[in-house]
Design a protein around this ligand. Structure first.
Ligand code: SF4
Length: 227
């Protein structure tokens, strides 16, 4: 059994944004520029939220990286009129870009606001097109997109493991964000493997989930920061 999940240690996160940049590079995400960003059309699959605690001058800043929570009871799935988003057997909330007709019902129903709509076809003027990841499609205008937990990396690791006639080991798969985090604040793994690091952290006393009361049962956990 596999259910992919992720843990963010907010005590380690410094808000550097390396994970956001790595996610853009890995997943061929458009950079839309200031004008579009001002209209709320940023394309980030992962954003860093800032929270301030205390009053000046004794203020602490906390950072919370937020991406698709790959919910077990995902509010985005039942509202899609063409079944373009669905839950895979491995617990991923998947998007079928070729089915999406751009109604954006899913984005409106996502309490974590992690789905982004392609208002334009992306442009990568020469020689920037060489930076595109050949393992990931370039999404056209008019479709919805969001974090996939770097499903291309998951599939690569599974193919290699199958060739060697073995299971994928704990820690073998790194998403772009977890690989790039200099603070090692992001851990990815199988929530169904009781011996995995991700399960150990998810069961920690410091563990919590975003908007837990909604009953969406996310696959992403957050370790609260200390004093
Ligand atoms: S790369 Fe790591 S430390 Fe930097 S913002 Fe992302 S999670 Fe936080």
């Amino acid at each position: 059994m596999t259910r992919w999940g992720m843990v963010f240690d907010t005590d380690r996160c410094t808000g550097c944004g390396a994970c956001v940049v790595a996610c853009h590079a890995e997943n061929n995400i458009q950079t839309v520029g200031e004008d579009e960003a001002r209209k709320g059309r940023s394309m980030h699959w992962l954003r860093i939220e800032r929270h301030y605690e205390g009053t000046f001058p004794d203020v602490k800043v906390r950072f919370t990286p937020v991406l698709c929570q790959h919910c077990a009871s995902a509010p985005c799935e039942p509202v899609c009129p063409v079944y373009a988003t669905y839950r895979t057997p491995e617990g991923l909330n998947a998007m079928v870009y070729s089915r999406c007709i751009g109604t954006r019902y899913c984005a409106n129903n996502c309490p974590y606001t992690v789905r982004v709509f392609n208002w334009h076809d992306g442009e990568w003027p020469e020689p920037l097109e060489r930076q595109l990841n050949p393992d990931v499609s370039v999404r056209p205008a008019g479709v919805m997109e969001k974090c996939t937990f770097c499903v291309q990396r998951i599939q690569d690791a599974q193919s290699l493991a199958k060739d060697d006639d073995r299971e994928v080991g704990d820690g073998e798969i790194q998403t772009a964000c977890s690989q790039s985090c200099p603070a090692r604040a992001i851990v990815f793994g199988n929530l169904e493997d009781p011996a995995s690091e991700v399960v150990r952290l998810a069961r920690s006393e410091r563990s919590s989930q975003l908007l837990e009361d909604l009953g969406t049962h996310p696959s992403v956990f957050y370790l609260r920061g200390g004093e």
